[in-house]
Ligand binder design. Structure first.
Ligand code: NAD
Length: 249
């Protein structure tokens, strides 16, 4: 999928790694001016330098600092996220609220900061990188599942409010994507179950998938590029899964 994003300004959170990095690269390749926002200042600088964009070193879990923000962007990609796996009764409450700040409150505050400019120009694209866990639950991922389900609701509400003023909002719901986040999850599960990483892939992560491989970050970026481009003007309030059939099971 391709699109011409010449003249568009895009902000990609979590753009220093994995899916966000692939999206930042795809958008820059399509002509957009891209700002790479990430906690990892060095990584953001590296990607921004390579794609001719800007870096913004920011801790998006520090939500009070985002309340007065104004964002002058045409395309906002809410992508930064983390995973934590623990049964609810043992889940650290501090970590739960930290994950909700990063993965739900920060996207709300960034959308809030970007909408006035988008409305003034009569154009805006909000892409929320949710997950299949935004539409399906899994045990031990309470904060992640809760944040992603919330993000789906936020995205739909943004679509309803923004539609009449030229702003679309969608969720991208990947299955398991080959990124540092998932590579760590595979290594952790292999260690805790005492099995090989390939076995974790086959028997846990991809058990319910029709296509037994991880999604590549570039494949998610290709979908994001189409969603940000002119051919997706009527796509809003929707969620796009890319999960090799995992959620169809
Ligand atoms: P990743 O770990 O490769 O990248 C996440 C990026 O977010 C990193 O660069 C990290 O530094 C940044 N980040 C983390 N905390 C931050 C903070 N407080 N402030 C600013 N930036 C911060 O992960 P990924 O797999 O590319 O995941 C990106 C998004 O895709 C996440 O929202 C994740 O939930 C979602 N997702 C991933 C998968 C998958 O299988 N990898 C599947 C579905 C959805």
């Amino acid at each position: 999928m391709s699109a011409d994003l010449t003249g568009r300004r895009a902000l990609v959170t979590g753009g220093a790694s994995g899916i966000g990095e692939a999206i930042a690269r795809a958008f820059a390749g399509a002509g957009a001016e891209v700002t790479v926002a990430d906690l990892n200042a060095e990584g953001a600088d590296r990607v921004a330098t390579e794609i001719g964009g800007r870096a913004w070193a920011v801790d998006l879990s520090d939500t009070p600092a985002l309340r007065e923000l104004t964002l002058d962007v045409d395309i906002l990609v809410n992508n930064a996220g983390i995973q934590h796996v623990s049964p609810i009764e043992q889940f650290d409450p501090e970590r739960f609220s930290f994950m909700l700040r990063l993965m739900l409150e920060a996207p709300f505050l960034l959308i809030r900061a970007a909408l006035p400019g988008m409305y003034a120009r009569g154009f805006g694209r909000v892409l929320n990188v949710s997950s299949v866990h935004g539409i399906r639950a899994s045990e031990y991922k309470s904060a992640y599942v809760t944040a992603k389900h919330g993000l789906e609701g936020l995205s739909k509400t943004t679509a309803l409010e923004g539609g009449p003023r030229g702003v679309t909002s969608v969720c991208i719901d990947p299955g398991y994507v080959r990124s540092p986040l998932v590579e760590k999850q595979i290594a952790d599960q292999a260690r805790s179950h005492g099995i090989a990483e390939e076995e974790v892939l086959e028997t846990v992560l991809l058990k319910d998938a029709a296509i037994k491989r991880l999604v590549e970050p570039a494949e998610v970026a290709s979908l994001a590029l189409w969603l940000a481009g002119p051919d997706a003007a009527m796509v809003t309030g929707a969620s796009y899964t890319m999960d090799g059939g995992w959620s169809a099971h």
